[in-house]
Design a protein around this ligand. Structure first.
Ligand code: 0L1
Ligand code: MG
Length: 257
């Protein structure tokens, strides 16, 4: 690869300035998955500060539908920082390139856990709470078009996320059976469920741990993990209201100004 720092600079600037860039593989078709994660790590490290600490991980491409859309058969992960966590349920469309919103489930952790061979039971003992979540993704690449290494380098399109106010005890709900309907204004756009996330959202955390273990990393107490989308994403514009209705568990709404 050419100079990794050139790509780090390019991606970090696009993330900061909300400017679409050409995908890296146009100029460097041989970009590897390992190099892409290095670009991700270094570009997100540039944004980290005392005011914007690292707060956790997100899993992406966790459903068969999404993998087919992008033409890959693997999940990916990204890094979450404090300023990605929405404090209100409002975003301003002009602050994004081509934002999309997807309904997710998030885990928070009370214990450290690591390894490529952990069981669901071991993950559950480390989980503190489960939250309903909306993720706002916004690829920094022109036309939301990329190959697998490109999207990894761009931090798995991470931009913002909203957590529901209500924490759920992990063991009281079958998270694979949770259903969600996604509305854009009054129109139902998608339906899905927790099983769309690798058959069960806990599998997504196991997959994250397996991928992180290759770099000698794991989940730390206090980390949040976005497990993945339960339906396709909805492309949003100013004036939209997106509602994810999780049935008896409640609803999350995001207003786009
Ligand atoms: O959160 C996600 O599943 C997004 C992963 C990257 C692919 C995309 O931007 O659609
Ligand atoms: Mg997502």
């Amino acid at each position: 690869m050419g100079n990794v720092f050139e790509y780090v600079e390019r991606v970090a600037n696009a993330q900061m300035n909300k400017e679409a860039i050409e995908k890296i593989t146009n100029s460097h078709p041989a970009l590897t998955i390992e190099e892409a994660y290095e670009i991700q790590r270094l570009s997100i490290e540039k944004s980290i500060s005392a005011d914007n600490p690292f707060i956790g991980w997100k899993m992406g491409l966790t459903s068969k539908a999404k993998q087919q859309q992008v033409g890959v058969d693997s999940t990916i992960y990204g890094r979450l920082t404090e300023n990605m966590l929405l404090r209100t349920n409002e975003i301003v469309a002009a602050d994004y390139i081509h934002p999309r919103v997807e309904p997710e489930i998030a885990f928070t952790f009370k214990k450290a856990i690591a390894g490529d061979n952990v069981t669901p039971q071991q993950v559950w003992t480390a989980v503190e709470y489960v939250y309903l979540a909306l993720e706002v993704i916004d690829s920094r690449y022109e036309n939301f078009s990329f190959s697998l290494p490109d999207v990894i380098a761009d931090n798995a399109s991470s931009t913002k996320f909203l957590l529901g106010s209500q924490p759920y005890a992990p063991t009281t709900t079958n998270w694979a059976a949770v259903q969600v309907s996604m509305y854009q204004n009054d129109e139902k756009k998608h339906e899905g469920g927790g099983a769309a996330i690798l058959d069960h959202p806990i599998h997504s955390v196991m997959e994250l741990l397996a991928q992180l273990s290759k770099e000698g990393r794991g989940i730390m107490p206090g980390d949040v993990v976005l497990a993945g989308a339960m339906t396709d994403a909805v492309a949003v514009k100013a004036g939209d209201m997106v509602t994810a209705n999780y049935g008896p568990l409640g609803m999350l709404t995001l207003h786009v100004k």
